[in-house]
Design a protein around this ligand. Sequence first.
Ligand code: ZN
Length: 186
Amino acid sequence: MAYCLQCGHEAVRKIPEGDQKPRIVCPACGYIHYENPKVVCGALVVHEDKVLLCRRAIEPRYGFWTIPAGFMEIGETLAEGALRETVEEADAVGVNPHLYCLYDIPAIGQVYAMYLADLKDGKFGTGVESLECALFNEADIPWDDIAFEAVHRTLTHYFADRKTASTHADFSLHQESIAKDKRIGS
Ligand SMILES: [Zn+2]
């Protein structure tokens, strides 16, 4: 059961006139509730030859490792969102953000924008949404315990690309579509 966000009347699911898809529509005031994809912004924060990972203290994927990432907020740019998540999840300041990976996940209505960034002063802590945070060498990445497919792909691209790229500008954009997140089975 859905209720109108505008007037509180009971809403119905139907295809509005001139539209193609069913929407939640209010028969009383005519308000149409559009559901559109959400943007997730994240940062692969690098220090020397290591990357910063956070072990999630929240669901979904509690206890699994991720890079700082979360839903973009109104009023910020993509890069600002990625760096805000870095503060929130790792108590760390990322600098020199460079757009690195874009993933469409149409099945769940999400777009991921992942940035490369440098870790300011090599300092980090543990944000409230994390159990722990740590810098990892390539050899120590917990590949089987990475929370999400988009994070797994970003790490994979990074370690492959850095064999030939040095500064962030040398890392070219990866744009991919993820049909199904094998890690979370959806
Ligand atoms: Zn209404």
